[in-house]
Design a protein around this ligand. Sequence first.
Ligand code: PGA
Length: 244
Amino acid sequence: MKKLVIANWKMNGDLNKINADLGYYANLPDTNGSNVILALPYIYIVWAKQRLLVNSQIKLAAQDLSHYRNCGAYTGKINGEMLKDAGVEYVIIGHSERRSLIGENGPILIHKVRNAFDSNLTPIFCVGEPLSARSDGSYLQFIELQLSGLEDIQNFKDIIIAYEPCWSIGTGKLPTLAEIQEVTNFINQYMQKRFGYVKISVLYGGSVTGQNARDILSLNGLGGVLVGGSSLKVDDFVAICSKA
Ligand code: PGA
């Protein structure tokens, strides 16, 4: 079975790029698969679903959802049901940029995961240590703490956990394969022990490129990759998908 390749476009792209890139991916065997998931800016999701991906197996993710579950007076927020309406199946929660730039904390993220489950969206829950925790050796404890909030959730459903060390995101600094394997094994064991009754996939994200994707994707038990910068470069993204 092919491994997952998730593109996180962040706040990038415009209608021209969406039309050009998605039109191209929808016609290529390597990128037009159900293992390929695109996390586009909210505003382009409906267009992508209804115009560009009609005959495609490519799936869509949102980059976030509101921690408010029901409709109401929450200006600027988007809830899980709205994402579902738009054709979204997955949602990224707890990306390190939202944790550090927007200050999202543990309880809010757990509400978001719960809301995703309630709307039948699969969460892509991001965890990863800052450089300080890597340097002082406390990275596994750091990640365990990030995962531990999930234990408060009842009715747990299928989930994707993305290991993204903060110091590797957008920096070109890739951990060694042994370092990735150590942490993804740890996450797999932690999750299996507590939530082994659902489907759990553990991914890696941070400076993944067409050049290093083959080695990363061949790691034991790894379910795929979450790609930022390289997902905006068509050639690089096609190269990553071809190795999945
Ligand atoms: P990057 O970002 O691939 O540009 O390092 C990964 C991410 O933010 O998910």
